[in-house]
Structures are given as C-alpha cells and as structure tokens.
Design a protein around this ligand. Structure first.
Ligand code: CUA
Length: 152
C-alpha cells in the first residue's frame, strides 16, 4: 500500500516537473527574439513617438538612434550627417508595404515590415556618403527608393 502511495506521489511530481518545463519552454518560445521587434499601427506611424519626429537622436558619445519611416517610394527623415566612428541604431518601420533597408558596403540589411519596428545597429568608421536602398520589390517606384547618410 505504502509503495503505491509513493509511486503515485512520484508520478505526480514527474507531471508537475514536466508541466513546469513545458510552460517555461512555451513562454520562452513566445518571447520576441533578441533582435527586438515591437508593433506599431502602420496607419498611425507619423503620430506615434518616436516616429512623429523622424531622424537622428543622440543617445551617447558618437551613438545615435535613427528613426526612419519607409514608404512607397522613399524614406522619411531629415538629412542625416554624423561624425565618423559613430554607431547608429536604425529603427525603421513602414507605413504601407514591406520594404528593404540596405546600405551597400556595410552589413546593414533588413526588411522593413508595416506594423513592426525593425532594428539594426552599425558603426560607420569610414567617412563618405552612404546610400540606403530598398532591396525588396515594393511596386513601380521601387528602383527610385533611396536616401543617403553622410559620414564626415
Ligand atoms: Cu521599397 Cu522597394
């Protein structure tokens, strides 16, 4: 009899353990990946901070956030000029369809998805004029979709 009770306790402990592990794994799976995305209403992007004031925000010594809006067919932000050696944390969203965000000659390459804010950080060591292009076909104006960043 006693053995049966212990067996029952043992089995229920096992189930509790499995449940905890299972719930933990499930919760981890639900969490956004470290490439941090978060959601934003594409219709209200221009009224939603920080995208209501697109452009550069200095967040440290030679460190900036760049809030940018991709749309058919361009990128909305004032002229961007920063000193060489600066790191930019790009935070880009779209007001319409999926766009691309690529800076040839760098590792910067990401998709820009309406309803999401996508991030990419890059340190610009060499001065020059960097072209930002859309590498995701987004319509008849796709090939004209570009902007620049000036590194001094
Ligand atoms: Cu935007 Cu192609």
């Amino acid at each position: 009899r006693l053995e049966k009770i212990w067996l029952a306790i043992g089995i229920s402990m096992l189930f509790v353990f499995l449940a905890v592990v299972g719930v933990g794994a499930f919760a981890m799976g639900m969490e956004p990946p470290t490439s941090h995305r978060h959601s934003i209403d594409p219709e209200k992007v221009e009224q939603t901070a920080p995208f209501d004031k697109p452009g550069l925000e200095k967040v440290g010594d030679k460190e900036y956030n760049a809030y940018m809006i991709a749309y058919a067919f361009g990128y909305k932000q004032p002229k961007m000029e920063i000193p060489a050696g600066s790191t930019i944390h790009f935070q880009v969203t779209s007001t319409d369809v999926v766009h691309g965000f690529q800076i040839p000659g760098t590792t910067v390459n990401m998709m820009v998805v309406p309803g999401e804010v996508n991030h990419f950080s890059y340190t610009f060591t060499k001065p020059g004029e960097y072209l930002i292009i859309c590498n995701e076909y987004c319509g008849t104006g796709h090939e004209f979709m570009s902007t620049t960043i000036i590194i001094k």
